[in-house]
Each structure stands twice: as structure tokens, then as C-alpha cells.
Design a protein around this ligand. Structure first.
Ligand code: ZN
Length: 603
């Protein structure tokens, strides 16, 4: 295993389309949630009356790196206001959550695990010297309460135990005290062992359970990677075993899983929760850093370049609770929801459709992805994801100019005060790799960079192809992008107040009503790629940065009974009912209404 270390927002700064995407996020809901949403604005974490559990730490976990990546002073001041309130409210015994002493035994300490992780994120960004001791005291208190049986892990804390290890590893590295290892063992022993639930993942679930809960499924994949060292256990790549089973029975074209909100099978009209998308990305970032295995970054790219942008509105003010791979409408379903345990608005866009967890938690997706662009080990630096960014590390500056994944041209400008090794991770789908105009073997590039200025130009090709999916359907893929038939839509906006929470433009609810046909199949496998400019909105449905023209015919697909706005899982017939037409497919992430898994028309 070749372990890599993360950089922080002190070293990595976004550029190009990535900076525009993060700026959209800062100007959208993430950057304004504390002004408009009572559970953040008036949270018990800062002395208010509203939710004092997961929502503030969830939001800060993304808002903090977003603020520091963009060096946005106003946002950084807000970060400090929240952190100061949390730090100053810490009890003398170390307890850190907004819950009085007598209620601690019934307080789900998932919030303790989460706030310690978030404080570590804050420390990485800010270097605030108070933080190691704050985390130390919080975990020491957690240790004493758990060891003495004053509290136990239950509910979310039991199913998300491994989330404590980001902060546990940090304080073990800093203080090296034995109780930290003891705490690690107690947490694991009280935590849930997902290996015992595998059989439950093999068919769609209809009952809400923690051991088939989609967000837990995506979070737990990193559990062995983040915990085994402190526990003194061997690494076995258990994540791969668990992922394979989840993928076989619940996999989606974007390499996530269906879960609306428990595991939902291999039907492209079932939903995937937004929390699951960002948590799966975070798991894969940790898995790559831990193992150095490219497979985790390639899966990370599929989620980050497809599932994440698709489920957020272009202005990032609204989101869906669940997205569907074949999503012909985002309208309230009239009878019952087509989902297991989510309601009929779960796939509409809004401030908090169905439930408010994603409203706070989605903020971590883009910032942490940006922070995964470069990693390091000793005097070696790796460009792990080809995102446009600048790295400044100890006298070495590497600037990567690129529109990847929208095209496959990379230009590196390096200015170094010393020699170092530079690795460029080349995706497995890359063909005809050229480095500075010379044909090169298609594998990771390892370069010994000399002190001074160096430029590297790199280019490869990715061929569009139809990837086989279950149910005799196919998804068009090119590199790390999926392509979909985009369905034009009309937005129906709704402003209202419910339970004291205001929905008002631009954070109102939207339903998307389809206006163009969606019932297609592929006539052949001839594809024409068009590269456009990457616009102000990188994942725009009006101006997609890259499109693929395909020959397609309409078929009698049909609706899923008894719904009027959900298509069937598979088409009724694959006999063509139209002539061959040239259809322009858009990146999945640009198509808020779309058909992605489609059949090949019978000749
Ligand atoms: Zn959620």
C-alpha cells in the first residue's frame, strides 16, 4: 500500500472551472445557510433554541474548507463566530455537545464524533492552536463516559463509529497517549459490524433500517482504512468486498448505490440521497489516500463529475433529496412515492425536500473534492485528480490548467526551489497518452523534477462507449463522464413557510415538468463528440461544455404504474416507433431531467 497524505486549504487553491463552481456554492445555499435556515442560524450549538445535533457540524464540515479555499474573509469571520461559540461552550469535563449533563445518556453521540471531525477540518484550514486541546478534552471525556458505562453507542453513533477516527488519529499522532487506543477499541467494539448485514443488501428494502440505510452504506466503506492502524489490525481491503456486493445488487451508472432511503435495487428510477453522494466521495478520498489505489479515485470522479452536480441546481441554492438515473420529471408523485421510505417530494428541488440532512451536509462535496487534487508522501507529490488548481508546498508551486473532465488536456506550470518527485495519476480509460508531444506508455507518470521552472503538457483521449448496465440497458460513458438524453423542462416555483422555515426565491421549491421526448434507444454505436467552452456555470444545461451526438430512435417505453411522472424501469418494447434521429447527449451532471440507461434498438 502506498499511503498518501492530504494537503489542506493552506496549500491548495482552486482555479479555472473549479473556482467558479466553488464560488457558485459560496454564493448559493452553502454560503448563506446561516442567514436563512433556523437550524443553523438559531442552533443550540451557538446558544439558540434550534437543532443542536448534526446540522451545524455537517454544514461547517463543508462551509469551513469552502471559506478557506476561496479565502473569503466574510465567510472566515462566520467560521470563527461558530467555532468560538462551540469552543467556549465546552464543559470543564470536556463534553462538547449542546446537551445538559442529565440528558447525556440519551443523547446520540454521533454528534460528538462529527463535531470532532469538523474541528479537525477547521484546524487544518486555520491552524488555530486552541483546537488540538479542545478535541483532546472532548475525546478524553468521551472515553471516560464510555469506559464507565455512563453512555453507550446507540443509533447513529453506533452505526457511524468509524467517523471518530479522523480526530482520534489526529490526537494520537499529537499526544501518543495509550487511552486513545483504548477509546478506539471501545468505539469499534460498541460499533456496528457491517459484515454481518451483507445478506440484507441483496434485495430492495422497504423498511427503514440503519443497516441498509444508504448514507451509512457509503460512510462505512472507509471504516477499515481510517481505523485499522490505531486498532493495530491488518488492512484487508474489506471495503472492496462490501462495495462489490452493494454494487451488484444496488449499483448505479455513476458508481454509487440506490437508496431512497434504504437500499433500493438496480432500478434506474429509484433514488440516491445527496448525503450518500458526498459521503461516498469522502470515503473514496480517504480510501485513495490510505491505499494509493487508483480504483478509488476513478470511482470518486464518477460521483464528483456526475452525481454531485446533477442533484444540485445550477445556482446551488436548491437540491434534491434523491436523484434518479432515469429521471423524466421532478414532480410530486400523486399517489404514493415510488421510493421505499421517502416521501413524494424527495426528488423535487428545494431548500429541504423530504428532510433537512442534505441541506447541511452537501456542503462538503466540492470543497473536499478540491482538496483531493494533490497529495504527498515524503518528497513526492501526486496529482491525484486532474482538477484545475494551484499547489504551494514548501517552495514548490504546481499550477494545473485544465478543463478536465470536459476535455483531456493538462498543462502543468512548475516553479520549484528544490528537486522533488512528481507523479501524475493517469486514468485507466486514457488512450494515446502524449507528454510534451511525445507518445508515452499509458500509465502513471513519474518525473524527477529539478529545481527551477518546468512545464509539462499532457494529453490523452477517451473514447465514448456504451457501458452495459443491468436489465439490458446501456449507459454512454466517456472518461469519467456519463452522458444522458437531456429533457427540457419548465420550472414550477413555490414559495411558502412551513414550521417556521421560509422557502423564498432563490431558496424556494421547484418542480421540473418535462417538455421534450425522453423515450429513446440507441440505434447504433456511432458517436460524435463536440467540445464547447466551459462556461461560467460548468455544469450548465444551456451550455454544456461537451456533448455527444448519437443515432437514436424513439420507442414505446411507458410509465411505471401507477405514476404519471416516472418511467418504467425497462421499456415496454424496444421496437422503434420513429426514424433514426441525431440526438445530442449532455453530461449527466448538466442534465437535471435525463435518460441515462437506455436499450440498444433491435434491428
Ligand atoms: Zn441527507
Amino acid at each position: 500500500m502506498k499511503k498518501w497524505n492530504f494537503y489542506t486549504s493552506k496549500e491548495i487553491k482552486p482555479e479555472g472551472w473549479l473556482r467558479r463552481q466553488l464560488t457558485i456554492q459560496a454564493e448559493g445555499l452553502s454560503g448563506n445557510l446561516h442567514k436563512i435556515w433556523p437550524d443553523i442560524r438559531d442552533s443550540a450549538w451557538i446558544g439558540g433554541e434550534r437543532e443542536g445535533w448534526e446540522r451545524v457540524p455537517y454544514w461547517l464540515d463543508g462551509f469551513i474548507p469552502l471559506a478557506y479555499l476561496l479565502e473569503n474573509e466574510e465567510m472566515i469571520a462566520t467560521v470563527k463566530k461558530y467555532i468560538d461559540a462551540i469552543v467556549s461552550a465546552q464543559d470543564d469535563d470536556g463534553w462538547i455537545c449542546p446537551c445538559p449533563k442529565e440528558k447525556r445518556a440519551k443523547y446520540d453521540t454521533w454528534a460528538t464524533q462529527l463535531i470532532c471531525k469538523t474541528l479537525k477540518v477547521y484546524y487544518d484550514c486555520s491552524g488555530d492552536e486552541r483546537i488540538p486541546e479542545v478535541i483532546y478534552k472532548a475525546l478524553k471525556n468521551y472515553y471516560e463516559l464510555l469506559k464507565n458505562g455512563d453512555i453507550t453507542l446507540f443509533q447513529w453513533g453506533k452505526y457511524r463509529w468509524f467517523e471518530t477516527f479522523k480526530s482520534l488519529n489526529f490526537i494520537y499522532e499529537k499526544y501518543g497517549e495509550e487511552w486513545i487506543k483504548d477509546l478506539a477499541k471501545i468505539i469499534k467494539s460498541q460499533g456496528f459490524d457491517y459484515n454481518t448485514a451483507i445478506e440484507k443488501w441483496k434485495k430492495p428494502s422497504h423498511v427503514w433500517k440503519l443497516n441498509t440505510h444508504i448514507v451509512n452504506m457509503t460512510m462505512m466503506l472507509k471504516s477499515e482504512a481510517v481505523s485499522h492502524e490505531l486498532l493495530g489490525e491488518e488492512y484487508t481491503d474489506n471495503a472492496e468486498k462490501l462495495r462489490e456486493i452493494l454494487d451488484k445488487y444496488n449499483g448505479t451508472a455513476f458508481e454509487g448505490f440506490t437508496g431512497d432511503e434504504v437500499l433500493s435495487g438496480i432500478d434506474p428510477t429509484r433514488g440516491t440521497e445527496l448525503c450518500a453522494v458526498v459521503e461516498q466521495m469522502y470515503s473514496y478520498e480517504e480510501l485513495f489516500a490510505h491505499t494509493g489505489e487508483s480504483k478509488w479515485v476513478e470511482r470518486l470522479e464518477m460521483l464528483g463529475f456526475n452525481a454531485l452536480p446533477a442533484t444540485l441546481s445550477e445556482d446551488m441554492w436548491t437540491h434534491q433529496y434523491v436523484q434518479m438515473v432515469n429521471q423524466i420529471a421532478c414532480q410530486k408523485t400523486m399517489i404514493m412515492a415510488p421510493f421505499s421510505t421517502n416521501g413524494p417530494y424527495a426528488h423535487t428541488f428545494g431548500l429541504e425536500p423530504n428532510f433537512g440532512c442534505c441541506t447541511a451536509n452537501f456542503s462538503q462535496g466540492w470543497p473536499k473534492f478540491a482538496l483531493s487534487a494533490f497529495m504527498h508522501r515524503g518528497d513526492t507529490i501526486i496529482n491525484s485528480v486532474m482538477l484545475p488548481a494551484v499547489l504551494r508546498d514548501n517552495g514548490v508551486t504546481i499550477k494545473l490548467e485544465t478543463n478536465y473532465p470536459f476535455d483531456n488536456k493538462m498543462h502543468y506550470y512548475i516553479d520549484a526551489e528544490k528537486d522533488f518527485n512528481f507523479v501524475i495519476r493517469i486514468p485507466s480509460f486514457a488512450e494515446n497518452l502524449k507528454v510534451n508531444g511525445e507518445v508515452s506508455e499509458t500509465k502513471d507518470i513519474e518525473l524527477a523534477i529539478k529545481k527551477g521552472e518546468t512545464e509539462i503538457e499532457l494529453e490523452f483521449q477517451a473514447t465514448p462507449f456504451l457501458k452495459k448496465r443491468p436489465n439490458n440497458l446501456y449507459a454512454l460513458k466517456m472518461g469519467s463522464l456519463l452522458f444522458s438524453v437531456p429533457v427540457a423542462y419548465e420550472k414550477k416555483m413555490r414559495e411558502y413557510i412551513k414550521k417556521g422555515v421560509e422557502r423564498k426565491f432563490p431558496y424556494c421549491d421547484y418542480q421540473l415538468v418535462p417538455g421534450t421526448p425522453w423515450n429513446y434507444g440507441y440505434s447504433n454505436e456511432n458517436f460524435k463528440v463536440n467540445y464547447n467552452v466551459v462556461g461560467d456555470i460548468p455544469f450548465s444545461q444551456d451550455k454544456p461544455p461537451v456533448t455527444i451526438k448519437a443515432n437514436m430512435q424513439q420507442i414505446n417505453w411507458g410509465l411505471k404504474f401507477p405514476y404519471r411522472t416516472v418511467c418504467r424501469k425497462t421499456p415496454k418494447s424496444t421496437q422503434p416507433i420513429s426514424e433514426v434521429q441525431e440526438i445530442e447527449l449532455y453530461p449527466y451532471g448538466c442534465s437535471r431531467l435525463r435518460m441515462t440507461e437506455m436499450p440498444i434498438i433491435k434491428k
